[in-house]
Design a protein around this ligand. Structure first.
Ligand SMILES: [Ca+2]
Ligand SMILES: [Ca+2]
Ligand SMILES: [Ca+2]
Ligand SMILES: [Ca+2]
Ligand SMILES: [Zn+2]
Length: 586
């Protein structure tokens, strides 16, 4: 709870305030529109609309409830005519685990709308849906999304779970978060006139500030985000909502808050996260995952920490192949290794997916900051004054002036609030201004469609590469009376293996099984060289072979079978489905 003691008086004194941004409340219908961001209620409505439009292909499930009791919804896309979802390679997609990183919701909805709308029209989409299934959770942090829209925020706030936490350890919980002092629905920045300040007014545009040079007279001190000292402890905004970070809360490689800030008291402290982990864990066919964040334009893969160790080489080859293609689909994005090229994280959801579920996965940090560059507005380097800091961290050479001119020229000034005087209870005469909530990490609405389409296409390129395994009985050869040599070939026409090398190395779950039944199998094993008759026979239970099929590769087996008549060869894989073939021994 933020206590706004005396604030009502302050607000009443304001000459005027901008109206809070009102969500679009038009009814949601299919095909969905991508000209605005969907408040949480609209996300739910969109899922319901998709389910209503495509009842045979979609299932809606409540994964669980959030810490504030809101449902976390998942949509499964599966064509039941081509088999049960669990018997096909599964593609998992989620978004908005960080409450403020809302685009993942729109990307998820776009992906669903696109897949379902194109089924039966576009051949590739039709084939893809017929052989795979999609599990899509558009909004993981439902409380976060709700509050991001409904509460005053800045582009970087409201990331966490709604788990009250005493951040400054003063015995009071969430007692002093930012306050929307001017009541415009945004948490902007505060600055105060100060001849000893580190900033002065930018001579090129009075709305911006630039750092003073050594010896130069200062003009402004930046006081930080809008807020007052709510609890009178001499600190401002020191203990806001939470903070428990839902993407530092997962059970693999979790570390306590003194190692990983925001990790919470123990893993899966968030009830919704725990429910999601349990739900996904039952989807044993999840082969590939994408999880959407903002911002900066990055396609990240694990590992999340150096000492976890690099993934085995065969997996890296697949990651690189798919990741580099995703870079082409997403201009301005860079394919990167998260610990090495970004930063170390403990307990994130991608590492959980790869290390405990044996899937391959990527994080897309959508929205390269320079997508809002106004070309040639300024040749200045990054000027983070008054900025949320994120653009400075990830912006890649775009200046605040460029972004400001973008706001002026392509959003009619809506992304940036000019500085306005304000009487602050502690600081006295100050000014409030800067980037608004729906800026900086979120594309301007006219750019949403491009962003969601390209990200959905990156998902689909990788999804097309989930294993497509075929089983062929290449030979049934009579060796002597009632003794046959049977050879099989499992071939994978796609890039992703039927089981990652990492999952095999760590023995995460049972390997693929190739089984011969219907006659007595005397010997069976993997063929090393088919011409030199090199077979590594398995000592026990030769009729059952544990195996895996590499990406763009094959694996061959040989069985010596005693008997006659029909035998069955069956293949069963968590990630590559089930196949059964019957052949005659004759
Ligand atoms: Ca506190
Ligand atoms: Ca707190
Ligand atoms: Ca305090
Ligand atoms: Ca305080
Ligand atoms: Zn994030």
């Amino acid at each position: 709870m933020k206590k706004l003691i005396g604030l009502a008086v302050v607000i009443a004194l304001l000459a005027f305030s901008l109206p809070a941004q009102k969500p679009d409340v038009s009814p949601i219908s299919v095909p969905l529109r991508f000209d605005h961001y969907y408040p949480l209620d609209q996300v739910y409505a969109a899922l319901t609309a998709l389910n209503k439009a495509y009842p045979a292909m979609t299932t809606i499930e409540e994964v669980g409830k959030s810490d504030e009791g809101r449902p976390i919804m998942a949509m499964t896309v599966n064509n039941p005519k081509t088999g049960a979802a669990l018997n096909k390679p599964g593609v998992y997609v989620d978004g908005n685990i960080h409450g403020n990183e809302i685009q993942g919701g729109e990307i998820s909805l776009y992906l669903l709308d696109y897949l379902l709308g194109e089924y039966g029209k576009n051949e590739e989409v039709t084939a893809l849906i017929d052989r795979t299934c999609f599990y899509v959770v558009p909004v993981v942090n439902v409380d976060g999304r709700f509050h991001f829209f409904s509460d005053p925020n800045n582009p970087g706030s409201n990331r966490g779970l709604r788990i009250p936490t005493d951040d400054d350890h003063d015995g009071l919980i969430d007692e002093d978060g930012p306050d929307d002092l001017d009541g415009d629905g945004n948490i902007c920045m505060m600055r105060k006139k100060d001849p000893f300040g580190a900033y002065k007014t930018d001579p090129d545009d009075p709305r911006l500030m630039v750092p003073v040079k050594p010896g130069e007279k200062g003009e402004w001190t930046i006081l930080g985000e809008e807020g007052i000292d709510n609890d009178g402890d001499g600190k401002i905004n020191e203990d806001g909502e939470g903070y428990v970070d839902p993407n530092r809360q997962w059970g693999f490689d979790w570390a306590p808050p003194y190692v990983q800030s925001g990790s919470g008291e123990y893993p899966f402290r968030g009830v919704g996260l725990k429910a999601l982990a349990e739900w996904t864990f039952k989807k044993t066919n999840i082969t590939l995952g994408w999880t959407f964040h903002n911002n900066g334009g990055m396609i990240l893969r694990g590992p999340s920490r150096k000492n976890i160790g690099e993934f085995p080489a065969p997996d890296v080859a697949v990651y690189d192949y798919l990741g580099k293609q995703a870079e082409r689909i997403l201009p301005g994005y860079k394919y990167m290794i998260s610990w090495k090229d970004l930063y170390t994280t403990y307990g994130d959801s991608l590492e959980w997916l790869t290390q405990t579920m044996g899937a391959m996965g990527y994080v897309s940090e959508v929205f390269p900051s320079d997508s809002e560059k106004f070309k040639g507005a300024s040749d200045k380097p990054d000027a983070p004054a008054g900025d949320t800091g994120m653009a400075a961290m990830m912006g890649g050479g775009i200046s605040e002036m460029d972004r400001l001119k973008f706001s002026d020229s392509l959003a009619m000034g809506e992304l940036y609030k000019p500085w306005k005087p304000f009487k602050h209870p502690q600081y006295g005469d100050i000014e409030i201004g800067g980037w608004v909530k729906m800026s900086s990490r979120l594309s301007a609405p006219f750019m949403i469609k491009d962003l969601v389409h390209r990200n959905a296409m990156a998902v689909l390129f990788t999804a097309k590469n989930v294993p497509a395994v075929s089983l062929e009985v290449t030979e049934v050869k009579q060796v002597s009376k009632n003794l046959y040599r049977v050879r099989t070939r499992l071939a994978n026409s796609k890039a992703i293996p039927s089981m990652t090398a990492l999952a095999q190395k760590n023995n995460i779950y049972p390997k693929d099984m190739l089984k011969v039944s219907g006659a007595k199998v005397l010997a069976g094993g993997i063929i090393g060289d088919p011409y030199l008759e090199q077979v590594a026979y398995k000592k026990y239970k030769p009729e059952l072979q544990f195996t895996s099929v590499p990406g763009f590769g094959k694996v061959e087996h040989q069985f010596l079978v005693e008997g006659s008549g029909p035998i069955t060869v069956s293949y069963e894989s968590r990630h590559a489905g089930k196949i059964t073939k019957t052949v005659e021994l004759k």
